[in-house]
Design a protein around this ligand. Sequence first.
Ligand code: C2E
Ligand code: MG
Ligand code: MG
Length: 591
Amino acid sequence: MLPDPSDAYEALMQFLYRAPIGLAQTTLDGSVEMLNPMASNLLMPLANEHGLDNLFEVLAAVAPQLPLMVEAFIEPSGVICEGLRLPVGVAHAATGSLQVLSLSLLKLDRERLMATVADATFEVQREQETLHRRLRNAARTDALTRMPNREAVREELQRLIGSQAAAPDADAPQFAVLLINGDRFRQVNDSLGQGIGDQLLMHMADRVRGALRPTGAGFIPPGARVPGQLAGRIGGDEFVVVLESMRSRSDAERVAIRLLDALARPYVIDGHEIVCCASLGLAWGAGAASDPDAVLRDAGIAMVEAKRAGGNRHVVFDPGMRERAARRADIEADLRQALAEDQLFVVYQPVVGLRPDGAVDHAAGVEALVRWRHPLRGIVPPGDFIQVAEECGLIGAVGDFVLERACRDYVSWQARMGNAAPRLMAVNLSRAQLGQPGWIDTVRAILERSSMPAAALQLEVTESLAAQDQDIQGRLHELKALGIKLALDDFGTGYSSLSSLHLLPVDTVKIDRSFVCQADTSAHHRVLIEATVKVAQSLGMNTVAEGIETQSQLDVVRSQRCDKAQGYLYSRPLPAPELLAWLDARMAVAA
Ligand code: C2E
Ligand code: MG
Ligand code: MG
């Protein structure tokens, strides 16, 4: 049986009435012919005194372009616009946020339009949330390594500090913050370029993630997190690992060691084999500071201690380190001023020749030693500021100042005293100076500017420095190629042994004061001095005994055929005019 046409009509009306979307039919100028209840509901807030008679008038405030769009649409039928977003300007009943409508306009034929209107408030809200989340994630992610950035790490720390404060039980599991910094990253970046530097950072990030991955966890995509652990990059070559729920400090230290081992393996990037170990500072939750920045600062202080101890190690933060760090920061600030205000000066300590016949050659040479005339603290010895200068990048300026001053003084003494002037000028070098790109050119320029003969200059490097990697060895050979002499300073205190002396490109071995000062009292030290002199002689190297304070010490090193001696027995380091007076006085005695 065919359905009753009136039933079908009624069904259609019901369908249009109940449709959860607004439908309106209008003429081409917007006059409303038909409208379902949903359309009038949605449009009513926009209606003026004419009610909903004309769609274009109703929408004039939010979509004034509609009449023109219709006019411009010359096809007999088709879609004029779709999903046009219309802010209604009233609060949405359910969400309270401003309501937004979505309007589509269809040309049905040459006389009619069909408009569909829908409530798009939720949709717009969702879109905004997604956008917001994306922006937030981008703002919390390091673009290079895809790791969480400083902001994300700070948030995580804030959460952990909060939960720890809520349960202040010293026996409860704690969090640990491990701050990692590459030991040689700057050199790699400077010498091989930023492209390789960036690749190195990405490799380091992978190693950090890899060392944290629990065994059997398989592949973890770069942005993903291992529960209870967060690894982020908070700047340059600085990474942070936050470990949650650690039962003991030694558990956290074990992770630190695993991280350092992973980072110490050589990297191969674009055919370069790069070694970039790292230093790690560990701040342990129980004693941690109460805000994220302070926790990161404490871990950073411990990291700097790890670097000062030679790098490739971890140091656990203790509050006493804060004071030492503050003191170093003071020195750094003062040292910048010292360089600007000429507070640094150079003193010279005679290095005398010990002739086989028992005579002393007082003009054999001098060693230049830097001093700082601090406006409040008086004369500051190099032991109190050289390392700070190395750490904060000021050593280049300090070292260049000493080298230039020493060369100029040497040349002026030669002009003034001729043969009676010291014949060799020794200047100390630090690790950071040798690593600086272009530094060999600086040395060459200083020699030229001061007319210093290269053969009369001796640069002193410490054992641990000379025994370092290929780069450093290369630099030492470049210095030798300029005609400069090299001395191995403080021999006996480092880790290279007599058996590896022949590997180092040095002319002179300076035996450390700690051996010499026991030369007359300890047979053990006497034997070590004797062995050093013999090996050095067999390799054609000179020897200098440092820190001779007594006649009996001198007698021992002399009997062992040490070539030269330096120490308070002869003279303390002296300002240039006093050094010349000292020399004059010896000449007068000899004459
Ligand atoms: P160094 O190169 O081994 O210099 C010898 C140090 O031993 C000097 O200390 C000197 O004053 C001290 N000394 C010499 N004879 C005696 C002695 O008989 N008894 C005792 N107790 N000490 C003696 P100073 O001037 O304090 O320098 C310490 C270190 O600082 C130097 O050790 C050197 O490594 C470094 N240094 C000094 N000047 C410079 C510089 O211009 N640049 C760099 N990079 N380091 C420097
Ligand atoms: Mg020295
Ligand atoms: Mg020395």
